[in-house]
Design a protein around this ligand. Structure first.
Ligand code: F6R
Length: 610
């Protein structure tokens, strides 16, 4: 969603800020802004649209050549998409500017208080209220004013603040929204909401914790809480490779990440399977082995693609480990007054580790006494930190807004957790060895599917004029059908519905008309015959069937218009293969329809508001 980059050092801030902002573009935004202090004066510019518009607006303007500044990409929450509502926001007295991710929940009451004090507002945003509040409390020390203001606000924030009257000071703070400080050489600092904006300059960072306030000057930095109590955060290494966040030879991050999936799976499972002994090695769970053995139920909670992976995880936990398991939208779980029995394990699945609903569900589950496990990609993210234990996906930064390699990683990590729990209960070492061998073979099988990308592209292009699609699957591949439909919707803007193949007869079959594309996941497995019957039902009503089928199944080709083959695989892991042609279809459909795949309209990479 929103992105923050701020700089204080000896260099010209502008190129560092703009480059950082471009690296955050993938998160989704609708406007951008920058403020720089040059020769003791503050200059500010904001623009609706791309970072490129902002760059053009300040191009060649010497007043933006200072070495202290901050910038922001905004994804509108409070107030429409206008230049005035874009960040940075400034107070009306002291030249204080603020960039902010999150939501100040009590902004309305604070605004009224500030209006009574004579402040006038130019925007409809909660962030401007925070800037004015800091200004109202300013008595010549920006750090103190920020601490005082943050003691008054409720809600979530990551902020960076500068003040014209203190041209050698940058202040940043966080609660509930990620923020880190990159420590460069020679007293150079970059504050950012995402390591992608820092890694080109330094890998040494401190990750701010909730209620941390950091004051950076040209001589160093110190950290306190909002009551000015000194803290000593530890310096860590950012685990990001510059190569991972650059496109290389690919036209889009989404395609790059689809093609990275064989190595994503290798990274996810690497060192975690002792195949000789039939043992799963998950260091992140080892301190809770006892609790996991006696788990009475598992609730997996997530949103979007992560929820689809969680659904597959649920099937595996029941099928392999025989543990009663449920999945639920985190947004629903949280408000439903859920019953958490003794020995309940809650698994929060999230690529970013920052999804507001998933985080809130996690807090709810912990409060009700559940053991909280995270299945998260971003190391050190809020969900990773708030869970009792967890398993990282290890798939590297996912830049494509449409999640692909994280989905594969989530299913892979959940499979490992299922094997781990199954081994502690009913699964024999031999059975586990068989499953692990299947898992070990997945990367090469994905590679094989990727070789057929040109064929999948051709098939897709036959159907791109169609505005309504169905995705159908059964068992383990019902969630895969949901994921296929979601991928198509979010980047090609085609209406698609995913559902269990058997559900179609209970209503949606009425939608089928001549030529309507229906994608069936029809790989070999327990439900193959049933899926074949569902295919006939669509065909006899004029629908065009595109089947994902198992290599060697030549029979199916006689009953459907098009087939996309995947290698043979055991059922629990089949979604890790079946999803790949669906990801490619969505990608090729979006490109053929002329959409910017990496910047889909209205979408944000990480949804940090409820
Ligand atoms: C879809 C997509 C979203 C996310 C969802 C949860 O391609 O990316 O549906 O899966 O917003 O995000 P995380 O996994 O970061 O919690």
């Amino acid at each position: 969603m929103c992105g923050i980059v701020a700089y204080l050092g000896k260099k010209t801030a502008r190129p560092i800020l703009l480059e950082g902002l471009k690296r955050l573009e993938y998160r989704g935004y609708d406007s951008a802004g920058i403020a720089i202090v040059t020769d003791g004066k503050l200059y500010l510019e904001r623009r609706v649209g791309r970072v490129g518009n902002l760059e053009e607006a300040i191009d060649g303007r010497k007043e933006f050549d200072g070495s202290l500044g901050l910038c922001h990409t905004r994804w509108a929450t409070h107030g429409g998409v206008t230049d005035f509502n874009a960040h940075p926001h400034r107070d009306d007295r002291h030249g204080i500017v603020v960039v902010h991710n999150g939501i100040i929940e009590n902004y309305s009451a604070l605004k009224q208080y500030l209006q009574e004090k004579g402040h006038t507002f130019a925007s409809q945003t909660d962030t401007e209220v925070l800037a004015m509040l800091i200004g109202e409390l300013y008595e010549g020390d920006i750090e103190k004013a920020v601490q005082a203001a943050l003691r008054e606000v409720t809600g979530a924030y990551a902020i960076a603040v500068i003040c014209e009257k203190e041209p050698n000071v940058l202040v940043a703070a966080r609660k509930g929204s990620p923020l880190m400080v990159g420590i460069g050489s020679d007293n150079e600092y970059i504050v950012a909401s995402d390591g992608a904006a820092i890694i080109a300059h330094t890998a040494r960072v401190i990750m701010l914790d909730d209620y941390n306030v950091v004051k950076i000057t040209r001589d160093g930095f110190h950290t306190t809480d909002i009551h000015n109590t000194p803290l000593s955060p530890k310096v860590q290494q950012l685990e990001i490779d510059l190569e991972q966040i650059e496109l290389g030879a690919f036209p889009h991050f989404m395609l790059k990440e689809i093609f990275e999936q064989p190595s994503s799976v290798r990274a996810c499972i690497g060192g975690r399977m002792n195949i000789r002994e039939g043992k799963v090695v998950l260091g992140g769970l080892s301190s809770f082995a006892k609790e996991l053995t006696k788990a009475s139920q598992v609730i997996l909670t997530a949103q979007g693609t992560a929820l689809h992976a969680a659904m597959i995880g649920r099937y595996m936990l029941e099928d392999l480990a025989k543990i009663p398991s449920h999945t639920e939208y985190a947004s629903e779980f949280r408000y439903r007054n859920p019953v958490i029995e003794e020995n309940t394990v809650v698994v929060a699945v999230s690529q970013s580790g920052e999804t507001a609903d998933t985080l809130a569900a996690l807090y709810e589950a912990k409060e009700r006494g559940a053991l909280a496990i995270g299945v998260v990609n971003v190391v050190g993210s809020s969900i990773a930190r708030e869970t009792d234990a967890g398993v990282y996906l290890r798939v590297g930064p996912e830049i494509g807004v449409a999640s692909t390699k994280a989905f594969i990683g989530q299913v892979g990590a959940l499979a490992l957790i299922s094997f781990y729990m199954a081994r502690k209960r009913y699964m024999s070492a031999d059975q586990c060895i068989d499953m692990m061998k299947e898992m070990e073979a997945i990367p090469a099988k994905i590679e094989k599917i990727l070789e057929s990308a040109p064929r999948i592209k051709k098939i897709t292009e036959k159907y791109i004029e169609r505005e309504n699609w169905l995705f159908l699957g059964r068992g383990y591949n019902y969630p895969t059908a949901l994921e296929g439909a979601l991928k198509l919707k979010e980047i090609s803007y085609i209406h698609a519905e995913g559902m269990p193949a058997a559900e179609m007869k209970h209503g949606p079959i009425a939608l089928i008309n001549e030529g309507m594309p229906a994608v069936f996941i029809a790989n070999r497995g327990r439900q193959y015959e049933k899926v074949m019957s569902n295919i006939q039902e669509v065909r006899s009503r004029g629908g065009h069937v595109i089947a994902v089928a198992t290599e060697g199944d030549t029979e199916i080709a006689k009953h459907v218009q098009d087939v996309m083959y995947i290698p043979d695989v055991c059922e629990p892991l089949s979604p890790m293969l079946a999803v790949v042609p669906l990801q490619l279809m969505a990608y090729y459909a979006a490109v053929a329809r002329g959409h910017d795949v990496d910047k889909p309209r209205n979408l944000a990479k990480s949804v940090t508001v409820e």
